[in-house]
Design a protein around this ligand. Structure first.
Ligand SMILES: NC(=O)C[C@H](N)C(=O)O
Length: 336
């Protein structure tokens, strides 16, 4: 099957999109106890209706809620995406995915994406067996984005409820809303509406990193949250149990307290990477305060993760460490 692209009269190859199914609510149906469990396959998600002039093929890679994913699952998805993208006849790839940790997978896929073909993650907030499930619409839109020439060069994106997001600063910001994603200090880079896929902004993306190798699976990077009364017990336990880096989710612009400041000095001296992030949903880390605030933490050797969201920061450190990259201010500068 061919279609005329209308540009030079030559028939263009038909758009072909590979849908990689990984589970999530988009694939979930009620079990006998009434709990939603990922069960539906790629073929079941795609159905038999067809997707206009886009040829679509499904591939089952995982079938789990994304709350169950570890680094291994993220690596397996990255490998499946790369294999699909490597096929000349493939225009773009869709990954159907649970919404809980889609921000991490999308960020990883974006970090390692080194071509122009679109990679589009989508999911659903209402299970596949709900009469008002948003899955079919989200999937249809994601396929349209993956097939769209306009989405080329945007890297990996999240397509959800008619909006397209670049993952670099995008997080799930609402547990149940039909539009669960928001880009911190930014907005969607495009929309899907009556006139099709419209890209309104091109994301700025750093040079691609190498895809994670098997070492990524066991690379432990933990998050320790700062709160009134927090001590260093959890941070110490993280290192004791194998964490190669710890991200501090500081208060405000990235502050902690004297117990954690003392730990940062000891941990950095012993070779642990300490990233300084914030527990606040939006806005960058700005090392400002003394008396165990962010300025002191950075002086003690913590690395400011800048405007990179908390869970993105954790993932970036895990990827860099697993690749044997020395994590320093200059090596993380392009991402934060
Ligand atoms: N809406 C969802 O997909 C949430 C689901 N629990 C998941 O992340 O797999």
């Amino acid at each position: 099957m061919t279609r005329d692209d209308g540009l030079d009269g030559a028939p263009a190859a038909v758009a072909r999109v590979v849908v990689i199914a990984t589970g999530g609510t988009i694939a979930s149906i009620s079990d006998p106890g009434g709990a939603a469990v990922a069960r539906r396959t790629a073929a079941q998600l795609l159905g038999s209706a067809g997707y206009g002039d886009v040829e679509v093929e499904g591939r089952d890679v995982l079938n789990l809620g994304s709350y169950l994913f570890g680094h291994r699952e993220l690596r397996v998805i990255a490998e499946a995406v790369a294999a699909a993208l490597a096929r000349d006849e493939v225009t773009g790839v869709v990954v159907s995915h649970g919404t809980d940790t889609m921000e991490e997978t999308a960020f990883l896929l974006d970090l390692v994406h080194d071509g122009d073909k679109p990679v589009v993650l989508t999911g659903a907030q209402r299970a596949a067996d709900q009469p008002d499930s948003d899955g079919p619409r989200n999937l249809r839109e994601a396929i349209a984005v993956a097939a769209s020439p306009g989405a080329r060069g945007c890297g990996a994106v999240i397509s959800f409820a008619g909006r397209i997001f670049s993952p670099g600063r995008t997080r799930k910001h609402h547990t149940v809303a039909a539009e669960p994603y928001r880009t911190a200090d930014g907005g969607p880079i495009g929309r899907i509406g009556a006139s099709g896929v419209v890209i309104t902004a091109l994301p700025v993306r750093p040079a691609p990193l190498a895809r994670p190798g098997p070492r990524f699976d066991g690379t432990r990077v933990d998050i320790v949250t700062v709160h009134p009364g927090a001590d260093a017990a959890l941070a110490r336990a993280a290192v004791r149990t194998g964490a190669e880096a710890v991200v501090l989710a500081g208060t405000g612009v990235g502050n902690a307290n004297h117990a954690l400041l003392e730990w940062v000095s000891e941990a950095v001296a012993a070779g642990t990477v300490v990233g300084l992030s914030t527990r606040v949903a939006e806005g960058p880390v700005v090392p400002t305060y003394g008396n165990a605030g962010g300025a002191d933490l950075v002086r003690a050797g913590a690395l400011s993760m800048g405007a990179l969201p908390l869970y993105h920061a954790r993932l970036l450190l895990a990827l860099l460490i697993s690749e044997g990259v020395a994590v320093t201010e200059p090596t993380i500068a392009p991402y934060v």
